[in-house]
Write a protein that binds this ligand. Structure first.
Ligand SMILES: Cc1cc2nc3c(=O)[nH]c(=O)nc-3n(C[C@H](O)[C@H](O)[C@H](O)COP(=O)(O)OP(=O)(O)OC[C@H]3O[C@@H](n4cnc5c(N)ncnc54)[C@H](O)[C@@H]3O)c2cc1C
Length: 502
């Protein structure tokens, strides 16, 4: 949500309202406001504020405010939800609906996620078209059933949990490439397309989608978590089943409200994205990667800051601290090797042969000035994949080393680059002074880092300790004019945060 504030002024206004709404538990007007701007295709039966009793958006806001207050909105009880499921089964066919408990668990719980809740959806439905999504939304709206979109299930912040039960809507069957406009360098797709498959299918064209989240992620989930490019959303189904088009294909869109930006990153809370236009980038002539170790995280971050300030166009800079490197080694290493257990920076470069080698040279100089050593760069594609593999394996290595009965509290904080080393240092010191095991990795080029703190939830001093660590980190980040992802917050903390962020 915070990301949206930075955009259009109108979005700012809507955001402010939404935070109020989350406190007042009446998000109905928010949805109405979006539709009021003439984007809705069919206004004939457009309900007034109270008509849009969107259980779905309420569920989403409610998920962020699980406090002591009871939500004002009432959702259907389980029996009514199951009636809704039967209505969906009648409309779409029984093959589109499952109430199997393993399926339900898979669609509402993830080991790699920080936030969990006991409630589960009553069913998973799998639509095949925008029309079917619209039918599902209409039925859910009639029966007051929360709707939780589900794509690849790789998000790490409890994004697809179902705190008020409801129905999980699995987009994996909507996986068609609708139109590939090679000359316009864009592609129109359904949300269930996997990004690795997409790149594979269009690779002959010399174009690609340059995002790189979990290989299992689907484009709908990537757009909904703001992982995609800005030209993303195209069709969205709102909570009452109405279908809106957020923009046309041209990249410039100065007319009217920027609905596209509103739905991008809205994590399934505002509408279900059913068709997407993605802008593609030319596959670079050359790519390479380089790694180096540093005496401390502070030195590694200082090297990043200097590299960015010099304007060296690196495609990515990732940091992993010494603990993260130990975790990778304990898990058998990555890329066919065991790594030095020191803070490490990994750089990615792309461009022409000449520019890439010039940039690698300049980065090597920065590394040595910042006290870095063990500099290595890739000469072949295989070497590049091997160097980058430690970063790719990091999350899985952490999960594999996770002792039974413990949990990981994973955080997501971004601060201005100049404050990054201070906040990482303090956060690491704090967790180790409390005796908690924690590791840091980050997309440091963007001032973004994740600290994963391991704790035993049945040990009250550890549970309290981890909350304190996270609370202080969040305070600090906000003081530094940074942003935090709300999943990293203790529950009671969420309401206060909305005040800071507006
Ligand atoms: C190993 C690993 C590496 C990762 N690396 C990165 C990284 O480098 N960068 C990064 O940003 N993330 C990363 N992630 C996190 C994750 O891959 C991204 O958040 C990804 O964008 C989620 O996509 P998904 O398809 O798995 O979505 P899901 O997890 O299924 O859903 C994410 C959210 O989108 C909503 N949603 C899904 N489909 C729709 C739809 N059609 N309409 C509306 N809302 C919808 C869901 O309700 C949910 O709120 C990583 C995760 C793992 C496990």
């Amino acid at each position: 949500m915070q990301r949206m504030i930075q955009g259009h002024q109108a979005v700012q206004l809507v955001y402010k309202r939404s935070t109020q709404l989350s406190r007042n538990r009446q998000p109905i007007q928010f949805i109405h406001k979006i539709q009021c701007h003439g984007v809705r295709r069919d206004n004939a039966n457009f309900p007034k504020d109270q008509g849009l009793s969107s259980s779905w958006s309420l569920a989403a806001f409610g998920a962020g405010v699980v406090g002591s207050q009871k939500p004002v909105a009432k959702y259907a009880d389980q029996e009514t939800m199951l009636k809704g499921v039967r209505a969906i089964s009648d409309a779409l066919g029984p093959e589109s609906v499952t109430t199997d408990s393993d399926d339900i668990s898979f669609h509402s719980y993830s080991d790699v996620s920080t936030s969990h809740c006991a409630a589960r959806p009553v069913a998973v439905v799998t639509p095949k078209s925008t029309q079917e999504v619209s039918v599902i939304a209409r039925i859910c709206s009639d029966y007051r059933i929360p709707m939780i979109p589900f794509a690849g299930g790789s998000s790490v912040e409890g994004n697809f949990t179902a705190p008020y039960s409801g129905i999980s809507i699995n987009f994996s069957q909507m996986n068609k490439i609708i139109a590939f406009h090679e000359d316009d360098t864009d592609v129109v797709i359904q949300p269930g397309v996997n990004w690795v498959d997409l790149n594979d299918r269009i690779k002959e064209s010399g174009l690609f989608l340059p995002m790189d989240p979990s290989p299992t992620a689907l484009i709908g989930g990537m757009v909904a978590t703001n992982c995609s490019g800005t030209n993303a959303v195209r069709y969205v189904v709102l909570a009452d089943g109405s279908v809106i088009k957020t923009r046309h294909r041209p990249r410039k869109a100065s007319a009217g409200y920027n609905l596209n930006a509103l739905f991008t990153g809205s994590e399934g809370t505002l509408g279900m994205i059913t068709e997407i236009t993605l802008k593609l980038a030319p596959v670079p002539e050359t790519q390479s990667a380089a790694v180096a170790t540093f005496p401390s995280v502070r030195d590694a971050v200082s090297c990043t800051t200097k590299t960015m300030r010099q304007g060296i166009p690196v495609a990515a800079v990732e940091l992993m601290d010494e603990v993260q490197m130990q975790v990778i080694n304990k898990n058998g290493g990555a890329g066919g090797r065991i790594w030095e257990e020191k803070p490490m920076l990994m750089f990615k470069f792309s461009g022409t042969e000449q520019s890439v080698s010039a940039h690698i040279e300049r980065v090597e100089m920065m590394i040595s000035q910042a006290g870095g050593s063990a500099f290595e760069f890739a000469r072949t594609e295989k070497e590049m994949h091997n160097l980058w593999s430690a970063r790719k394996e990091a999350v899985w290595a952490m999960c594999a080393q996770w002792p039974e009965g413990t949990r990981i509290w994973s955080t997501d904080v971004a601060v201005p680059l100049s404050s990054l080393s201070v906040i990482i240092d303090l956060s690491k010191t704090e967790s180790s002074s409390l005796g908690l095991f924690s590791s840091v990795l980050g997309h440091v080029g963007d001032g973004n880092f994740h600290q994963a703190v391991m704790y035993d939830p049945s040990d009250s001093s550890q549970a309290h300790g981890v909350q304190e660590c996270v609370r202080k980190m969040v305070h600090r980040a906000v003081e530094m004019e940074g942003t935090v992802s709300v999943c990293c917050l203790p529950e009671a903390f969420l309401l206060a945060l909305t005040d800071w962020l507006c």
